[in-house]
Design a binder for this molecule. Sequence first.
Ligand code: ATP
Length: 351
Amino acid sequence: MTDLSIRGISKSFDGVDALQDVSLDVADGEFFTLVGPSGCGKTTTLRAIAGFETPDSGSVRFGEREMSGVPPEDRDAGIVFQNYALFSHMTVGENVAYGLRFRETPGEQSKDERVADLLELVDLPGFEERSPDELSGGQRQRVALARALAPGPDVLLLDEPMSALDARLRQNLRTQVKRIQSELGITTVYVTHDQEEALAVSDRVAVMNDGRVEQVGRPEDVYRRPSSRFVAEFLGENNVFAGEVDGDAVRVGEATFRLAGLDAPDGGTVTFCVRPENLVRGPAENGFEATVETVEFLGESFRVHLDWQGRDVTLRVPERPDSERLRVGFSPEDAHVVADGVREREVVGER
Ligand code: ATP
């Protein structure tokens, strides 16, 4: 088992900066996820860890081993890609055994025993003789995972392994991947653009934006205390407001909201966010009245889109609203100030 250390890696392709000074530490046995929008540099980071991409600067270390100049096959990393990449002319068992081509089976096991164990681990016992063509997408990805794990790698690298699957299968598979990862205690770096998936399975996440790391932390910490507006809006839904500081309050349009622990100079501009689930109906300390635009039923709650003084505000409530105008509010503790360079008129959702 191994920790990973990535120090100041940068990479550009034809003058375009794909990664800018990315540093990350992944602890031994940790499930660590790189999450961010398309093109933010997740895959390039993973490929640099795997050795498929050589950074222009910076270093990658597996435990004490400095990896520059070490080819992918010598890095002891198991990799699963988005597209199954199984050989269809081989059986499932042969595909898994292919993962052992460069090395002996770990321990005293024969190859066949190792393959049987791995297929058991990924919940496909006795599938050795099947052809990959006879498997569902989720099953094929589990075979790909078994193949990646076959040589007993130090590190597991997963690049959007579920993105080709439908939503329900994805949920199933992510639960299995998480179970297998914690059973093996293998250091894992997972790439996804799906924020819900990232929050669900990870010990920690790194939110990436435009070739940089915006924030690293436990899912609940980055969700509850995003450091920047980008993170606030990327992870889950958020209501973002910007206004002028007045003592311990912020003036937004015609309203004045009090924020807990506000520490900003009078007259300055701050941006803060309030999660839809933290907006409550009825009189609250920071109350305002807004007009219902649309209501969506989500099963466990209703998502209500409100118009407040020309701003989009989203609310999550257990019951369908019974009137066109709603009084909503939030407690000062549920507002969270984020770093933001933009001014109020540019706030997303404003019309
Ligand atoms: P996605 O979720 O769409 O896969 P990503 O976050 O994984 O995106 P990367 O694939 O790492 O992003 O790409 C980061 C940036 O580098 C993008 O602008 C991409 O176009 C560029 N890029 C990546 N690989 C290459 C390459 N081989 N040649 C040129 N540009 C590249």
